[in-house]
Design a protein around this ligand. Structure first.
Ligand SMILES: Nc1ccn([C@H]2C[C@H](O)[C@@H](COP(=O)(O)OP(=O)(O)OP(=O)(O)O)O2)c(=O)n1
Length: 159
C-alpha cells in the first residue's frame, strides 16, 4: 500500500505544485503490462485511522510516542532485512521465493508502513502531501535529461 494504485504520474505545474494524473483504471495487484501496481485501497489516511483505532482500543498511546515508534519501525526494517539476508541478489518479483515467504515479506513490510504512518501522524506530518513535495524536489535535483541511466548522487554532477 502506498499510492492510490493508478499508474500515477506526477507533474509539477508552473507554481511548483504537484499534480497527480490517473490515466487508466488498473486491476488490483498486478497491473496491465509488465509493471506491477498496487490496489487502489486502502489510502495512507485509511491505514492511519485503522492503526489509531487499534492503538486507542488498547490504551497504547501512552507507549506510542514518536521516539518509540521510530525504534519500532527500525526494528521492523531489520526483520525485512533478515528475509533477504544471505540470499544474494534477488530478481524482481522474487521468482525463487515461496508463497509463504512472500506472504511473510508482505507482513514485515506492512509492519514498517504501519509504524511509519503512525510516526508521521504523531509528528503531525501530513505524509501524503509531504511525499508529493519531496518527489517534486527529487525531480528538480535529478532532471531526467541530465541523469538518465546514471545512479550517481546529485553532488557528483558538475554543472
Ligand atoms: N506496542 C505495539 C505492538 C504491536 N503493534 C502492531 C504494529 C505492528 O504492525 C505489529 C508489531 O507486532 P510485534 O511487535 O508483535 O512484531 P511482529 O508482528 O513483527 O512479530 P515478531 O517480532 O514475532 O515477528 O503490531 C503496535 O502497534 N504496537
Amino acid at each position: 500500500m502506498a499510492t492510490n494504485g493508478d499508474a500515477v504520474s506526477n507533474g509539477v505545474d508552473s507554481n511548483g505544485a504537484t499534480e497527480l494524473h490517473h490515466p487508466t483504471t488498473p486491476k488490483n495487484g498486478e497491473g496491465g503490462g509488465d509493471r506491477f501496481t498496487f490496489s487502489q485501497e486502502p489510502t495512507f489516511e485509511e491505514v492511519r485511522r485503522l492503526q489509531a483505532e487499534f492503538t486507542d482500543e488498547r490504551d497504547w498511546n501512552q507507549f506510542h510516542q514518536p521516539r518509540n515508534l521510530l525504534l519500532a519501525m527500525v526494528g521492523e526494517v531489520g526483520e525485512v532485512s533478515e528475509l533477504f539476508q544471505w540470499r544474494g541478489e534477488v530478481a524482481e518479483g522474487l521468482p525463487a521465493w515461496t508463497d509463504s515467504e512472500k506472504e511473510h515479506l508482505g507482513q514485515e513490510l506492512s509492519d514498517v508502513l504501519i509504524y511509519l504512518l503512525e510516526l508521521a501522524e504523531k509528528c503531525h506530518v501530513d505524509l501524503p502531501q509531504a511525499v508529493l513535495r519531496k518527489m517534486a524536489l527529487n525531480r528538480l535535483k535529478y532532471p531526467a535529461g541530465k541523469v538518465h541511466g546514471s545512479a550517481k548522487k546529485y553532488t557528483e554532477y558538475k554543472e
